[in-house]
Design a protein around this ligand. Structure first.
Ligand code: GTP
Length: 323
């Protein structure tokens, strides 16, 4: 059957934990480009946080929190996309943000294996965001990172503010060895002309079949690094600001090698704003954001993702921060 004239372009955002995917997604959702996107986000860890870190936009956001997009919830992805295509409400593109631990191959495969999805959508590009400061160590330890780079049509070498010129050259050289075809762009906070990454028609099935001949036919059983686990901490009572800040700083300095990613939305005592804290290994950022809304009960949610997390230390330390 011939393909219909208008297939909705799909952009897949991948990149390891903390590389800058949500930062890029927020740019896509806020910059004026006159386009509407449907957004699908998948995250690792049972307490959903990403959705709250995404800017409030007009766009519709579908969360998939109950498993990894590349394995257990792929059926959900197909259902969400197929459901979107049946709607009358129009949009110009779909953006899928995968978890940092996802293998992009099965996600990309989704757009080729299901008949309905294949007829109505077109994989436009796989954009891989990298953390220039941590990429070289990640490549050596995490097979997902190599997959994410190999499948990329565009690679953003992000966080250029944290690395000097010779470091950036090393990072780019390493990326080139894994993927000679992708267009590589340096960014700070994913600042890039969106025209360079959206609507590029950059995805090439032939290239992917070169890397992975079984791409269209095989079931991708993605092996996750079982050592990586997440710990979610939740509190309904407010936190003591001074104690919390000093505990989170100490903890990330002490255990930063094992903490791959940390993010949280904190309800501080005597503060009507949400405090957002985020980190990748030892580098952390935090600050007060918007006020809690009237219909939103202030609640603290903090997630750690890592290898061999010091679970007892984290639980006890967290408890001790309650105001
Ligand atoms: N210094 C610096 N920090 C950055 C840059 N881009 C993003 N960050 C910070 O890096 C952290 C992670 O960014 P996110 O956009 O949440 O990363 P992510 O890839 O969505 O993270 P996960 O979804 O948890 O894998 C946040 O604290 C960002 O503010 C950058 O260019 N420079």
């Amino acid at each position: 059957m011939p393909e219909p004239a208008t297939q909705i372009p799909v952009t897949v955002l991948t990149g390891y934990l903390g590389s800058g995917k949500t930062t890029l997604l927020n740019r896509i959702l806020t910059e004026t480009h006159g386009k509407r996107f449907a957004v699908i986000v998948n995250e690792f860890g049972e307490v959903g946080i990403d959705n709250d870190l995404i800017v409030e936009a007009d766009e519709e956001i579908f969360e998939m929190n109950n498993g990894c997009i590349c394995c257990t919830v792929r059926g959900d992805l197909i259902r969400i996309v197929a459901g979107l295509m049946r709607r009358s409400r129009s949009f110009d593109g779909i953006v899928v943000e995968t978890t940092g631990l996802a293998d992009p191959a099965p996600v990309a495969q989704t757009f080729f294996v299901d008949d309905e999805v294949r007829r109505k959508t077109k994989l436009d590009a796989i954009i891989t965001v990298t953390d220039a400061r941590h990429l070289l160590e990640q490549i050596d330890r995490a097979p997902e990172v190599q997959e994410q780079l190999a499948f990329a049509d565009v690679v953003l070498v992000n966080k250029v503010d944290l690395v000097d010129e010779s470091g950036l050259a090393k990072v780019e050289h390493r990326i080139r060895r894994i993927n000679p075809y992708a267009s590589i762009r340096r960014t700070e906070r994913c600042g890039i002309d969106l025209g360079r990454i959206l609507g590029r028609d950059a995805f090439s099935l032939d290239r992917i079949l070169d890397i992975e001949p079984g791409f269209l036919t095989e079931e991708h059983a993605h092996e996750h690094d079982d050592e990586i686990a997440s710990l979610s901490l939740v509190a309904d009572e407010p936190m003591d600001p001074a104690r919390f800040v000093s505990w989170i700083q100490d903890t990330t300095q002490r255990y930063g090698t094992d903490i791959l990613r940390m993010k949280g939305i904190i309800a501080m005592a005597e503060d009507d704003r949400r405090f957002v804290v985020q980190g990748v290994h030892m580098l952390i950022e935090g600050g007060s954001q918007r006020a809690w809304k009237k219909n939103e009960a202030p609640q603290t949610r903090l997630v750690f993702i890592g290898r061999g997390l010091p679970v007892d230390h984290l639980k006890q330390g967290f408890e001790a921060c309650r105001a």
